[in-house]
Design a protein around this ligand. Structure first.
Ligand code: NDP
Ligand code: 2IT
Length: 448
């Protein structure tokens, strides 16, 4: 490894030894930047790597809320404002018991490069809480969200920081956050959050955007090999927002989706998940808030709590659940089974060993920060509509999303070629995302 990169990496491990997933995300990016660091000495001269791996601001706060029994519970809330060189901080809020500073630093760091790739002017951030929405009543979720906003409101704004959804945060939670924000500030600042409801400032296609975008990215990757998605068998993990709409787009384009999962287990439907079955899943997950196990019972297919969808033979794999959900062994199984494309709906779902296996075997591998950028891109389009006080129709937003995913693919591909690693989307996406942010930081002087 290049000495400068090694020194920066060792220092961040030394400073925060417990933040393992952040180290993982940082190392992946830093290693892939080596050709750019070598080519342009200015990045070392201006201490860009030291600066870009340190969040501009991290806020941590207490979130007390009353449960249905009247007992006060306490969770920890965070907002990591990682980098605002190219635009206001932008990124989701995650509600999950595993959330901590290290997890949000990894997500905020990834977001910086992802948002840079979108072509839109957005910096990177992430936030959330170790609150677990599972098993909570609507009223408890509402009280939690309101309490969370009592602190968060002072750190956000349409020109400052614009949160959105992530794991455990969908339309319901954004509604509660926005209602609380409006009440506290007496300000109908629609531009302050994205993923809003269609009747109060939300953009059409935002719920679909991440999942659709992943599939648009797969199509672009397949095109480079003169293939397309029609008739292909697809394994998907997760059954939340990203997984649902990735499955919907695959089905629309004539592919066969055969798996879905949640944190308890996974289903294998060898005949393919139809449009009707997917509608049933959406009702199960978004309204009844049930478990994917019920799909097995409903449609008489295998449900397992052992192993993962990655053991099923498929042409295309779309990990859409969470970080580190594809390990080295599973990556090898996918390769051995003849999988031609792996495209990440989730953030950092593949462990480093798995990424290496995909790249060594020359599989089409679309890393999350390029492949799942459709969600934040349509968030950016929601902000644009809010600023102009207008709404675009579905076709307009979908066309812009497709255009953005094509441009992200083209930029990552072209950059990989330029830096001597043609077709390696990790190098291409990381360097392309980096150059724009790093140059903006240099232009803006020592405090950026
Ligand atoms: P949801 O909360 O809607 O769904 C998450 C899904 O992943 C659920 O099926 C959940 O199962 C499963 N899951 C979560 N944690 C784990 C875990 N530790 N182990 C196994 N399964 C797990 O979230 P999203 O669909 O929005 O997010 C999925 C991924 O996509 C995340 O990595 C997120 O960061 C990323 N992403 C999301 C975007 C968005 O716009 N929403 C944009 C870009 C990336 P269960 O219900 O059992 O918890
Ligand atoms: O990881 C992500 O890109 C998101 N969760 C979406 C962020 C956003 O601001 O829409």
């Amino acid at each position: 490894m290049n000495k400068y990169i090694e020194t920066v990496y060792n220092k961040l491990v030394e400073k925060d030894p417990d933040q393992k997933v952040f180290h993982q995300a940082a190392l992946e990016v830093l290693e892939s930047l080596e050709p750019a660091i070598k080519k342009y000495p200015k990045y070392q001269e201006f201490s860009i790597l030291e600066r870009i791996t340190e969040p501009e601001r991290s806020v941590q706060f207490r979130v007390p809320w009353k449960d249905d029994k009247g007992k006060i519970q306490v969770n920890r809330g965070y907002r990591i404002q990682f980098n605002s060189a190219i635009g206001p901080y932008k990124g989701g809020l995650r509600l999950h018991p595993t959330v901590n500073l290290g997890v949000l630093k990894f997500l905020g760091f990834e977001q910086v490069f992802k948002n840079s790739l979108t072509t839109l002017p957005m910096g990177g951030a992430k936030g959330g809480s170790d609150f677990d929405p599972k098993g909570k009543s609507d009223a408890e979720v509402e009280r939690f969200c309101e309490s969370f906003m009592f602190e968060l409101y002072r750190h956000i704004g349409q020109f400052i920081d614009i949160p959105a959804g992530d794991i455990g945060v969908g339309g319901r939670e954004i509604g509660y956050f926005y209602g609380a924000y409006r009440k506290i500030t007496n300000n109908h600042g629609t531009g302050v959050l994205t993923g809003k409801g269609g009747g109060w400032g939300g953009s059409l296609i935002r719920p679909e955007a991440t999942g659709y975008g992943v599939v648009y990215f797969v199509e672009e990757m397949l095109k480079t090999k003169k293939h397309d998605i029609k008739g292909k068998t697809v394994c998907i993990s997760g059954s939340g927002n990203v997984a649902q709409y990735a499955a919907e787009k695959c089905i629309q384009l004539g592919a066969k989706v055969v798996t879905l999962s949640d944190s308890n287990g996974w289903i294998h439907d060898p005949t393919g998940i139809t449009k009707e079955k997917l509608a049933w899943v959406m009702d199960l997950k978004n309204n009844r808030r049930g478990r994917i196990e019920e799909y097995g019972e409903q449609f008489k297919v295998d449900y397992s709590t052992q192993g993962s969808p990655w053991s099923v033979k498929c042409d295309i794999a779309l990990p859409c659940a969470t970080q580190n959900e594809v390990d080295g062994k599973e990556a090898k199984t996918l390769v051995d089974n003849g999988t031609t494309a792996v495209c990440e709906g989730a953030n950092m779902p593949t462990v480093p060993e798995g990424v290496e296996i995909f790249i060594e075997n020359k599989i089409l591998y679309g890393p999350g920060k390029a492949a799942n950028a459709g969600g934040v891109s349509v968030s950016g389009l929601e902000m644009a509509q809010n600023s102009q006080r207008i709404f675009w129709n579905r076709e307009e937003v979908d066309a812009k999303l497709q255009e953005i995913m094509k441009s992200i693919h083209a930029n990552a591909y072209k950059t990989s070629e330029l830096f001597g690693a043609k077709g390696n989307y990790v190098i291409g996406a990381n360097i392309a995302g980096f150059l724009k942010v790093a140059d903006a930081m240099i232009d803006q002087g020592q405090y950026a």
